[in-house]
Design a protein around this ligand. Structure first.
Ligand code: PEP
Ligand code: MN
Length: 333
């Protein structure tokens, strides 16, 4: 249950109530909220004097629930660009899987500028499946992204692979990406909860929708209201595609959660040939953004080579998406 305490309840009293009701105490604007377990016993009447509003839930989806906030949260990326809310924006995010060199990330940034894409993605710490593959440029990669942000006036999204560099990424990124393999890492989730920066949380490829949203609850209950969900494909029995993009899951998340949703067709299919068709399907679902991997020369990419679009493919796709977005009352930005 989420309990809004009356504005006059002090932080000391809120902390005491939090202990008694085994709740997380969350400062809100002008009042404190208690987040109890959803399986809490009925509240004793003696607490009524402190309470202004109660929101009961029957599962552990609470702060992310539409029953708590009926509108999708608006996540401000710049003064003029927001993800979610009532904006009807479908925000394009693109860039390579990994930052590989200054020349490569420069070319990717120039593509963003050419097409008016405002958010550049690229990983500096890569969560690879094998220790023998390129692991990312680390801090050097973050610094290159920082340079691109200033030089090209772009916003940067980059991922936190593990807790050894959480603070580094928090310092350099505009949007913190938590990758599919890190979705269950409580150290990362809690560190992101303490940061005020927007967080893009990817769904673990073996995670249920409930587990996915519960991971988001760790960030939200830590005090960070700016969480974006990202569906990037789940593992099924199918082996011809890398993963299976769960659009049913997206429909569920749209219906029941108040978090903006970004779709990542690149990692879902794992092959460039399907990214354009899938992207159109995603935009037609009326989602808040798309994340697409692009590379100046995908055949030599150091990670995810098979799925990255070359610039010509991306230009063509980008020019087609505006009409699809328009048809469902949205605007690609
Ligand atoms: C990525 O965005 O490059 C990435 C590794 O994604 P995921 O965590 O979805 O596999
Ligand atoms: Mn990738």
């Amino acid at each position: 249950m989420i309990i809004h305490l009356k504005p006059e309840v002090t932080s000391q009293v809120a902390e005491q109530l939090g202990r008694e009701l085994e709740s997380i105490v969350l400062p809100r604007q002008g009042f404190f909220a208690l987040i109890t377990s959803s399986k809490m016993k009925p509240l004793d009447e003696k607490y009524n004097q402190f309470i202004s509003q109660k929101f009961p839930f029957d599962d552990d989806i609470q702060l992310a629930s539409k029953k708590y906030l009926s509108d999708v949260r608006e996540i401000k990326i710049t003064d003029t660009v927001s993800i979610g809310g009532k904006t009807n924006n479908t925000v394009m995010i693109t860039g390579p899987c990994s930052v590989e060199s200054e020349a490569q990330i420069e070319q990717c940034s120039e593509l963003c500028v050419e097409l008016g894409v405002k958010v550049l993605r690229a990983g500096a710490y890569k969560p690879r499946t094998t220790p023998y593959a390129f692991q990312g440029l680390g801090l050097e990669g973050l610094k290159l992204l920082d340079k691109m942000r200033t030089k090209h006036n772009l916003k940067i999204i980059t991922e936190i692979r593990d807790s050894t560099h959480v603070n580094e990424v928090i310092e350099y990124a505009d949007i913190l990406q938590i990758g599919a393999k890190a979705m269950y890492d409580h150290g990362i989730l809690k560190a992101c909860g303490k940061s005020g920066k927007p967080v893009l949380l990817k769904r673990g490829f073996g995670a249920t929708l409930q587990e996915f949203v519960q991971a988001a609850e760790f960030i939200l209950s830590g005090g960070n209201d700016n969480v974006i969900l990202c569906e990037r494909g789940i593992r099924t029995f199918e082996t011809k595609t890398r993963f299976t993009l769960d659009l049913c899951g997206v429909a569920y998340l749209k219906q029941y959660t108040n978090l903006p949703i970004i779709l990542d067709p690149s990692h879902a299919i794992g092959f460039a040939y399907g990214v354009a068709d899938l992207s159109k399907a995603c935009v037609a679902m009326g989602v808040d953004g798309l994340l697409i991997e692009t590379h100046p020369n995908p055949s030599v990419a150091k990670s995810d080579a098979a799925q990255q679009l070359n610039f010509a493919q991306f230009r063509e796709l980008n020019s087609q998406l505006a009409a699809v977005a328009n048809a469902v009352g949205r605007k690609m930005i």
